[in-house]
Write a protein that binds this ligand. Structure first.
Ligand SMILES: C[S@@+](CC[C@H](N)C(=O)[O-])C[C@H]1O[C@@H](n2cnc3c(N)ncnc32)[C@H](O)[C@@H]1O
Length: 230
């Protein structure tokens, strides 16, 4: 008898991104609803999704709100969290799989290797949707460029990339590079790019911008892009 999970319990220490007064799955549901609206690709039930920097929020939301999904692959640099998700969900439901990459990030993993040394992502497939929520917001420019390059090999024909970032053109006054690590005492807490810098990184790595919108707090979302392969 198949016993699909209907509740995914996640220890509090793994929660990465819920806002005050909002449960992780409430913000996750609001974000998924909004993402599906702007992606305009139908329901999750028809989509293979690759979630990079997955955290726990979307896997937990999909299970606890009993959303249908064709498949969901999550990649993250937090090994303990990835192992926990694979054990509690991936091993029980074949639609879900989780992959760890041992990558250095000032905020999340100070023992990994530089991301630019990673030759490929730990998946073989192509996906209808690749999404990254609150990940470019913590990547320096070299890592952002590398992420854009690696991801481009995993989008299906007709697929779309959705990611959030912090865009602020004011920073060009202080930074010729079009990038500022906004809180220097807390490295990569807020990676901020000028629009021209982010657009150029996308263009240089084979992406075409289909949509850009500034943050909309009612959707719990930072500035965000949708791109296709150029
Ligand atoms: C702010 S959390 C967001 C988690 C999830 N996307 C969400 O919105 O709830 C950022 C996540 O990105 C992961 N991360 C940071 N750098 C990464 C990288 N280079 N590759 C994959 N994941 C990364 C962190 O471990 C963390 O889980």
């Amino acid at each position: 008898m198949s016993t699909k999970l209907t509740k995914l319990q996640i220890p509090a220490k793994f929660h990465r991104n819920h806002l005050a007064n909002t449960s992780t799955t409430d913000s996750g549901k609001a974000l998924i609803d909004y993402a599906l609206k702007i992606l305009d690709m139908g329901t999750l039930g028809n989509l293979d999704v690759l979630d990079i920097g997955c955290g726990v929020r979307f896997a937990q939301t999909i299970i606890n709100h009993q959303l249908s999904i064709k498949s969901y692959a999550g990649i993250d640099i937090d090994e303990e969290m990835v192992d926990m998700l694979q054990e509690r969900l991936g091993d029980k439901d074949p639609r879900f799989s989780f992959y760890h990459i041992n990558i250095w990030n000032d905020l999340y993993n100070q023992t990994g290797v530089p991301f630019t040394e990673l030759g490929k992502l730990p998946v073989e497939d192509r996906y209808d949707v690749i999404w990254l929520f609150s990940v470019f917001t913590h990547l320096n420019p070299d890592d952002s460029r590398h992420m854009l390059k690696l991801m481009s090999k995993h989008l299906s024909p007709g697929g779309k990339l959705l990611f959030t970032t912090h865009i602020n053109d004011e920073i060009t006054k202080d930074s010729n590079s079009g990038f500022v690590d906004y809180f220097p005492d807390e490295p990569l807490k807020a990676a901020v790019y000028s629009r021209a810098t982010m657009d150029k990184m996308l263009d240089d790595n084979g992406w075409k911008v289909e949509f850009f919108k500034e943050n909309t707090p009612e959707h719990f979302i930072a500035d965000h892009y949708i791109c296709t392969l150029a």
